[in-house]
Design a protein around this ligand. Sequence first.
Ligand code: SF4
Length: 380
Amino acid sequence: MRFPLSLTANLTKYLAAKTIRGEKKFPLVMMLEPLHACNLTCTGCGRIREYKPTINELLTVEQCIAALEDCGAPIVSICGGEPLIYPEIGRLVKEILARKKNIYLCTNGMFIRKRLHEFTPTSRFFFNVHLDGLEKTHDLCVERDGVFREAIAGIKAAKAAGFLVCSNTTVYKETDVEEIAELFAYLRTLGVDGNMLSPAYSYASVQTKDIFMSRQDVNEKFRRASKLLEQFNVITSPIYMEFLRGERELMCTAWGNPTYNPRGWKGPCYLMTDEHHKTFGDLINNTPWEKYGYGRDPRCENCMVQSGYEASAVLGGNSKFGDTWKMLQWQVSGRMGGRRGAKTSNGAGNGNGHSNGFNSKPMSLPLDQSSHNNEAFRIL
Ligand code: SF4
């Protein structure tokens, strides 16, 4: 299985109920940002730049739960900022799980070891660790040495304690897909349960523009990536992958991944901000959805991100005969849990944390050498 059965069952039940009620626009994954502060200043991150004026604001656990109940999504992606510096992250996760939701906690991995004791392993909870390459590349992307090693130490601790862990990789123009294959092979030896992949989006607030790809660049990059990565438990759906390779069109379904943060419901999507809404209903009913997406808004021109289009695959936008069968086959053909102790493609790697991947040649990303953001440590 590619995902835990509890997630598939939850999602199937939810989709069936929505279909019976004839609802057209509903959320699949709530992007919950309890804070925007972070301990890192990653080159491609729009959040710490866009929300700089309110970087110290936090949602309360009660506000998070009220928003979750307002939208009713079956899956919650807790992101930010860095959620593991949110003071009440343990209680927040407990409250969400008590409502029978599935959680992906998106983290840079720096504080997994420190806060692991606040969580209990369950098939409805994943640590989703952001890794953009092997050690040198990743540390360049996040603008700090030692981040890769600490994230790996966190992954090992989480796996040893019985947690589900997946990785999340953003693909930039200079991303070397061979290196990503090497990274996934190494993570497999640690027992990592799946690997997410998404092309980067060019945020208006990110000044370093030449790291982002055009649609054509994305198509080429993912054609190559698909071949190299099919051996791994990639948890990016086959329909979304076809879209990334340029083999089919999908319509943006940004309402499928609504974002809630200290300013409210972010509209229209996870990436662009035209307005913050007080309620989920206001976001859904008062956003001119027909004005967004490829060919409608210049800001959407090169956007192919997961938060805009992965839900399109599940919600059946531009669906084709055989899609349901394809999705089902994909779920049952996956394999969680990696292969602990297996060797990487270069023959090294045994789960002890020092595969020869650590010595790989880094990419030369153009970096914005801004100073590190220390606001996060004040909150912690
Ligand atoms: S295409 Fe991308 S940027 Fe445009 S609305 Fe959809 S998710 Fe947002």
